[in-house]
Design a protein. Structure first.
Lengths: 368, 183
């Protein structure tokens, strides 16, 4: 590992941003994407409560960069370049945007809170469809709901099996088909790591495990098949069979078809959540949301470049050659700070300050 | 007048969690790239286990910012229902500093029994010539007190030196009064 490379958790990213604030660089910071020929994703200011994101790239500008790139790539390689929809999804995964339809869920929770526990009452079990686990709906929303004795969770093993599916790892031959980026940059990020589709599925898999660890949820044994349609049927059947006297299931999905099939099932409350097609370009995020967003974007693109005062100052890797299971499970980044030229004295001073802050604080945190 | 001395004692008392103790010290070390020669940690008798953990953590932070300096970290136990006993033990630290020609940095940021900061403030006044700083580390939200210093957003904390601040205010007040008299 190079002298200026740090392995950090999402929360430890705060050390970098604190050092930038201390150095007077709290405004007009940017992140660019090497995979998209340096496209600027967004600009941001650092504040006490979080980050103020400005000028997030709009769809049209994104497509102006994406389409010519995609045209040059082979069909199977094209899938490795994230689409604008992938970015939109990361906003929901980070909890920056809430899906529409959530009001219905809030009404149910409100009714539940008014229910007298002493008199018993129905127990509501929340069942998430695979797409909601991929959206990290438990971490960004359900986990924050005050607990109630009559509210619990269930998970279906078929969902977990679906999230465990793997298509392919990215090997050297495959990476050589992506020609617009230097091979060493691509290999440094993606060699022997999962393809984009699998990486995003893995986000859902980790969410399943998080939900299981954080709640007393029941796990329904169920088989899984190779066909997605058959799996959907198994999942729906498992959830609808779980209901009983005094036991209701709140089934939440983003799939219209799944919700339609669950409608009318006795003691099942199906709720459809939907993503908006347009995202805001200027918005405020809490720190945790900002770190989640950075992590998800860096999983999508492998690497983001941090631009400070118009100068590329560092790189943030969400995927790198050799990132191991523990590092994936702990949502870790690799943070590289670029060393300026020795003759740039002011830049060198700031660089030394940031690097020292990272070294000192990470070393102490590790020992505590 | 005491002889000029650069040797320092960091005086603090156990808070509700370890980071309440560490954070002001951590911020001080990072800011001044320096560590004191001694740390005196006042703690209730029954907080022995937390005290050991906190002493170890103080030692880790000190070692990071000053690798070659030997730091003496002393735990001083007191009975939390004996105000007079606390006062005597705290005063002993001030007397020791005075006798050894050392300066004190007194941290009153902790969530603790109300008599603790009252007595520390009282002694700071009585021994003002050996107290270098009276530190209050302010958080924008109470919950941040349990988070390690480097993981707290910088704008959410303020490192106050209450002595320096009150000195400034006093001087401002004197200037304001002088102006009023001259009008």
């Amino acid at each position: 590992m190079r002298e200026t490379t740090f392995n950090v958790s999402k929360q430890e990213m705060m050390i970098l941003f604190n050092a930038l604030i201390d150095s007077g660089y709290d405004k007009n910071l940017q992140f660019s994407v090497p995979l998209l020929n340096g496209l600027i994703l967004f600009k941001f200011h650092l504040k006490g409560s979080g980050a103020q994101v400005l000028n997030f790239v709009v769809q049209q500008k994104y497509l102006e960069c994406y389409i010519p790139l995609a045209k040059r790539l082979k069909e199977h390689t094209k899938n490795e370049i994230p689409s604008y929809n992938d970015i939109q999804q990361s906003f929901y995964q980070a909890g920056i945007l809430k899906p529409s339809g959530i009001e219905q869920l809030e009404d149910i929770f409100s009714t539940l809170r008014n229910q007298s526990v002493i008199r018993g009452g129905d127990v509501y079990y929340i069942a998430l469809d695979t797409n909601l686990l991929r959206d990290r709906f438990f971490s960004v929303y359900l986990k924050k709901i005050p607990s109630h004795p009559n509210l619990d969770y269930i998970l279906c093993e078929t969902v977990r099996d679906e999230l465990k599916n793997r298509r392919d790892k990215l090997n050297r031959n495959f990476l050589q088909t992506i020609t617009h980026l230097k091979h060493n940059i691509l290999a440094g990020c993606f060699l022997n790591q999962n393809c984009l589709e699998d990486r995003m599925r893995y986000v859902g898999f980790l969410e399943y495990n998080n939900m299981r660890a954080a709640t007393s949820c029941e796990e329904i044994d169920a088989q899984s098949r190779k066909s997605g349609r058959l799996n959907d049927e198994i999942i729906l059947e498992a959830y609808s069979s779980f209901v009983d006297i005094g036991r209701k299931v709140i089934f939440i999905s983003r799939d219209n078809e799944a919700v339609r099939m669950m409608t009318g099932e006795e003691n099942v409350i199906p709720i459809l959540l939907e993503h908006e097609s347009v995202i805001q370009t200027n918005f405020a995020t809490a720190w945790d949301q900002f770190f989640d967003l950075l992590y998800l974007l860096s999983i999508l693109y492998g690497k983001l470049n941090l631009i400070v005062g118009g100068v590329e100052t560092g790189s943030l890797y969400g995927v790198w050659k050799g990132k191991d299971v523990q590092e994936w499970e702990q949502d870790r980044f690799l943070l590289e700070i670029f060393r300026p030229r020795d003759e740039d004295k002011d830049e060198m001073k700031d660089y030394q300050f940031v690097v020292t802050a990272l070294k000192d604080n990470l070393s102490i945190l590790k020992q505590l | 007048m005491p002889k000029k001395s650069s040797k320092l004692i960091w005086l603090t008392s156990m808070g509700q969690n370890m980071y309440e103790n560490l954070n002001p010290y951590w911020a001080y070390c990072e800011r001044f790239k320096n560590v004191p020669e001694q740390i005196a940690l006042l703690h209730a008798i029954e907080m022995n286990a937390e005290k050991d953990r906190t002493v170890r953590a103080f030692s880790i932070i000190s070692g990071q910012y000053c690798k070659n300096k030997q730091i003496n970290i002393a735990g001083i136990s007191f009975d939390d229902e004996d105000v007079r006993g606390f006062s005597e033990k705290a005063e002993a630290v001030f007397k020791k500093a005075s006798a050894e020609n050392m300066k004190l940095i007194v941290d009153v940021s902790l969530t603790t029994w109300s008599f603790v900061p009252i007595y520390l403030m009282k002694m700071t006044r009585n021994y003002h010539n050996i107290v270098k700083s009276l530190v209050y580390f302010q958080y924008s939200e109470h919950c941040l007190r349990s988070r390690p210093y480097p993981l707290i957003p910088r704008p959410s904390t303020t490192f106050h030196d209450l002595l320096a601040e009150s000195g400034k205010k006093d001087r401002k007040e004197q200037v304001r009064c002088a102006k009023q008299h001259s009008m």
